[in-house]
Design a protein around this ligand. Structure first.
Ligand code: PLP
Length: 406
C-alpha cells in the first residue's frame, strides 16, 4: 500500500488556522474586548426572502409522493441551467448554452476537481498572491513539483507576480503555460481586469493552445460597464477557457452551497471535447446538487430575487467604500474594493504582514488577513473583506485609524 506522497510535500494549511489561533489567544488574554472580523471572506447577511421561500416550497415538494425527487441529473436541473443561460450569458450577448453549464456544490470543488481532466505534465501558471486552492489541488495531483519553504514556491509552477507596478494584473508571460488560473475580480487583491487585458490572455491561450481557468466567483461586485463579468465576453474564449461561478458571494450561499462551471462545447484539444470529459468526470464522481438548493439558486434570477440580492451586494459595496476611505485616512495605500469585495492595503511603514495583523488585533481589536498568506508577493500587504457586519465596519475603521495614530 502506498499513499499519495504529494500530500507529504505540502506545507501545513497555515493561514486561517494561524489567524484563528492568534485571535483565540488574544481573546483569552483580553476577555470582554470586542473583536471585529474583517478577515475571512464569509458573508454575514442572511439568504434573501425570494430564496428561502423557493427553498421552503421545494422542501414541501420533497415531502409529497407526487412531487418527491430522488437523484437528479448530475449536470443540474434544466430549470436552473436555463435560468443561468438567460440571465448570466444571453443577457450579455454571450452564446453559452444550457449544455455547457454544470451545476455544482460551489466553485471551490470545481476549481479543485477540474485538474482531473488534465495530464500531470502540464505547466500550470498561477498569480502570486493567489487563492490557495489552485496551488494546493495541483500539488495534490503531483503537478506542482517540490515545495521550497524558503521561497514559499513550488518548483514546477509558474508564478505571475501581481504587484503594484502592474496594478496587480499580470500580463501573459513570454514562456508557454498550459493551464492558467485567472480570478477577476481577484481574491485577495480586489483587482479587476479590463477587456483589453483579458483579450491579451485569450490571444495568448489561443496562440499557445493553453486553457484559461477563469474564476468569476466575485463578478456580481462589478458595476463598471467596461469590466467584463465573464471571460466569454472576449471573442475566441469559447475555444480556450473554462469558467467557474458561485452563488456564495452573489447570493449568500456560502453555507447553502451552489455554483456552476461552464465548459463550452467548442472547447476541444487533440480531437477530444473537454465538455465531454468534464461530463464524464462529474457523472462518475458527483451525484448532483440538492434539488432544494437548486430551486433556491433559481429564485436568485427572479425579479424579486435580483432586487433582493442587489440590495445585499450594495450593503457590502458600502462596507468596501468605508474600508477604503478609512484606510486612506489612516495614511495607507489601498487598491481593490471598487468592483470587488476585497481591499488590498500596503502595511504601515513597510511592516511585515503578520506584524500588521498583530498590531491591528492588539491595538484595534480588528481581524485582518495577512497578505503573505496568499503568496510571497503578498508580503507587506493585508486584505480586508467587505463581507463583515455593516453595523460594525465604521467602528472597525475608527479603531484602525486610532491604532495607526491618525
Ligand atoms: N473562488 C474564489 C476566488 C474564492 O475566493 C472562493 C471562496 O472564498 C471560492 C472560489 C469558493 O467559492 P464556493 O463557496 O462557491 O466554493
Amino acid at each position: 500500500m502506498k499513499l499519495n506522497e504529494n500530500f507529504a510535500k505540502m506545507p501545513g494549511s497555515y493561514l486561517f488556522s494561524e489567524i484563528a489561533r492568534r485571535v483565540a489567544s488574544f481573546s483569552s488574554e483580553h476577555p470582554g474586548r470586542e473583536i471585529i472580523s474583517l478577515g475571512i471572506g464569509d458573508v454575514t447577511l442572511p439568504l434573501v426572502p425570494a430564496v428561502t421561500k423557493a427553498m421552503a416550497k421545494a422542501v414541501a415538494e420533497m415531502g409529497e409522493a407526487a412531487t418527491f425527487r430522488g437523484y437528479g441529473p448530475e449536470q443540474g436541473y434544466a430549470f436552473l441551467r436555463n435560468a443561468i443561460v438567460e440571465h448570466d450569458f444571453a443577457a450579455r450577448g454571450i452564446s453559452i448554452t444550457a449544455d455547457d453549464i454544470f451545476i455544482s456544490d460551489g466553485a471551490k470543488s470545481d476549481c479543485g476537481n477540474i485538474v482531473d481532466i488534465f495530464d500531470v505534465d502540464n505547466k500550470v501558471a498561477v498569480c502570486d498572491p493567489v487563492y490557495p486552492v489552485y496551488v494546493d489541488t495541483n500539488a495534490m495531483a503531483g503537478r506542482a513539483g517540490e515545495y521550497d519553504p524558503k521561497t514559499g514556491r513550488w518548483s514546477n509552477l509558474m508564478y505571475l507576480p501581481c504587484v503594484k507596478e502592474n496594478d496587480f494584473i499580470p500580463a501573459p508571460p513570454q514562456e508557454k503555460a498550459d493551464l492558467i488560473y485567472l480570478c477577476f475580480p481577484n481574491n485577495p487583491t480586489g483587482a479587476t481586469a479590463t477587456r483589453e487585458q483579458l483579450t491579451e490572455w485569450v490571444d495568448y491561450a489561443l496562440y499557445h493552445d493553453s486553457i484559461l481557468l477563469f474564476d468569476a466567483a466575485y463578478e456580481a461586485f462589478i458595476t463598471d460597464p467596461n469590466i467584463p463579468h465573464s471571460i466569454y465576453e472576449i471573442p475566441g474564449s469559447e475555444h480556450c477557457a473554462i469558467e467557474f461561478r458561485s452563488f456564495s458571494k452573489t447570493a449568500g450561499f456560502t453555507g447553502t452551497r451552489c455554483g456552476y462551471t461552464v465548459v463550452p462545447t467548442a472547447l476541444e484539444r487533440h480531437g477530444q471535447s473537454l465538455r465531454a470529459m468534464w461530463n464524464r468526470r462529474q457523472s462518475t464522481k458527483f451525484n448532483g446538487t440538492a434539488y432544494i438548493v437548486q430551486r433556491g439558486a433559481e429564485a436568485v434570477y427572479t425579479p424579486e430575487g435580483q432586487s433582493q440580492i442587489r440590495a445585499n451586494i450594495e450593503i457590502y459595496r458600502g462596507n468596501a467604500a468605508l474600508i477604503r476611505q478609512g484606510l486612506e485616512e489612516a495614511g495607507l495605500k489601498v487598491s481593490g474594493g471598487e468592483n470587488a469585495p476585497y481591499i488590498w492595503s500596503e502595511t504601515p511603514n513597510g511592516m511585515s504582514s503578520w506584524d500588521t495583523f498583530d498590531l491591528l488585533l492588539r491595538e484595534a481589536g480588528v481581524v485582518t488577513t495577512p497578505g503573505a498568506g496568499f503568496g510571497p508577493c503578498g508580503e507587506s500587504y493585508f486584505r480586508l473583506s467587505a463581507f463583515g457586519d455593516p453595523k460594525k465596519v465604521p467602528q472597525a475603521m475608527t479603531r484602525i485609524r486610532i491604532a495607526l495614530g491618525r
